[in-house]
Design a protein around this ligand. Structure first.
Ligand code: PLP
Length: 358
């Protein structure tokens, strides 16, 4: 029996997508083999990867002057690839420290250039997006970095910083395709697949073409975006099956009315949970209201033992992976695109029952 899986990642996938993959697992169309068994240079696979990219371009509205890459190494490898490729003039970059992944990214960038931390919400245990003002921005920065949705702390940027001519770089690992965004506002967007896109093993990168070609001589070939773009993500063997799964996810998003349809669902889903938390006498949200994430909902009872009891009873009732990250404690419900509204309604019913009993 399938449970309601609130894992932060790898995370729930739509049942329809899994069933489609199951149907095609052993024999893909008339190829006589599984997608896993195909040469990445075959006509049939070339069609799969081309279609995956075309579908993403359509649902996300990616302009023609951007390249789409399917890489490996996870979101964490982008923490290094970004400075290795985008430090190109001043060797300076601005970072907003809004959580653990932003902090890891800026630490990595410091190995390669000068990092200016514009603002940090670390003193608030990252429970909000820190406030910042434009006069703190480095005028000649090579890029400006944010983590759009902070998976661990349940916060997100509702408005993106206006960085003018400085390319805005965003880690969208835990919010990609969850709501409409204007890609043309960004120099680079990246996302590890295992939250909102598919299985772990693929990292999506969307990069504006004028940012290609600045990796220094000593940058490893595999870490040079330009090489990956020139080879259509196939300089070496790409994560072929994972990319195919992304294609199924993009088709699923299309079937739900595109990103507009998904965003509408996500707003409704998050509201069910946040509305309950706001009136609950037992549970309390941990993120600042104005910065609340649509994807990761963090909450506590205020009593660690009661938190543990809740997680245990919830698990037994079929609501799994609700334990919060060790740095926040309490609970976290990750409600990515694939989490159905019924899952959240059922969770709220369970929370009500727990509240009345405790
Ligand atoms: C999960 C996550 C990462 C790390 O992803 P890996 O693929 O494990 O490297 C980075 N950033 C954000 C926002 C994440 O949610």
């Amino acid at each position: 029996m399938r449970v309601y899986n609130f894992s932060a990642g790898p995370a729930v996938l739509p049942l329809e997508v899994l069933e489609k993959a199951q149907k095609e697992l052993v024999c893909y169309q008339d190829s006589g083999m599984s997608v896993m068994e195909m040469s990445h240079r075959s006509k049939v696979y070339e069609a799969i990867i081309a279609e995956t990219e075309a579908k993403l371009r359509k649902i996300m509205g990616i302009p023609d002057n951007y390249s789409v890459l399917f890489l490996q190494g996870g979101a964490s490898m982008q923490f290094a690839m970004i400075p290795l490729n985008l430090f190109r003039n001043s060797g300076k970059a601005d970072y907003i420290d809004s959580g653990m992944f932003a902090s890891k990214a800026l630490k990595e960038a410091k190995k390669f250039g000068e990092v200016n931390v514009v603002a940090s919400s670390k003193p608030d245990n990252y429970s909000c997006i820190p406030s910042y003002s434009k006069d703190q921005f480095t005028k000649d920065a090579d890029y400006f970095y944010i983590c759009a949705n902070n998976t661990i702390f349940g916060t997100k940027f509702n408005t993106f910083p206006d960085t003018g001519d400085v390319p805005l770089v965003a880690d969208m690992s835990s919010c990609i395709l969850s709501e409409k965004i204007d890609v043309s506002k960004f120099g680079l967007i990246f996302a590890g697949a295992q939250k909102n896109l598919g299985p772990a093993g693929v990292t999506l990168v969307i990069i504006r073409n004028d940012l290609l070609g600045f990796a220094k001589e000593n940058v490893p070939t595999m870490l040079d975006y330009k090489v990956m773009v020139e080879n259509d993500s196939m300089y070496n063997t790409p994560p072929t099956y994972g990319i195919y799964m992304l294609k199924l996810m993009f088709e699923w998003i299309e079937s739900k009315g595109g990103v507009d349809g998904i965003e509408k669902m996500n707003r409704e889903k998050a509201a069910v949970l946040y509305d309950f938390l706001d009136q609950s006498t037992l549970f309390k949200g941990t993120a600042a209201k104005e910065d609340r994430s649509l994807m990761n909902v963090t909450f506590v009872t205020g009593d660690e033992d009661l938190d543990a009891k809740f997680v245990k009873e919830a698990t037994a009732a079929g609501f799994v992976n609700l334990k919060g990250h060790r740095s926040v404690g309490g609970m976290r419900a990750s409600i990515y695109n694939a989490m159905p509204t019924e899952g959240i309604k059922a969770l709220v019913e369970f929370m009500k029952k727990f509240e009345s009993e405790n």
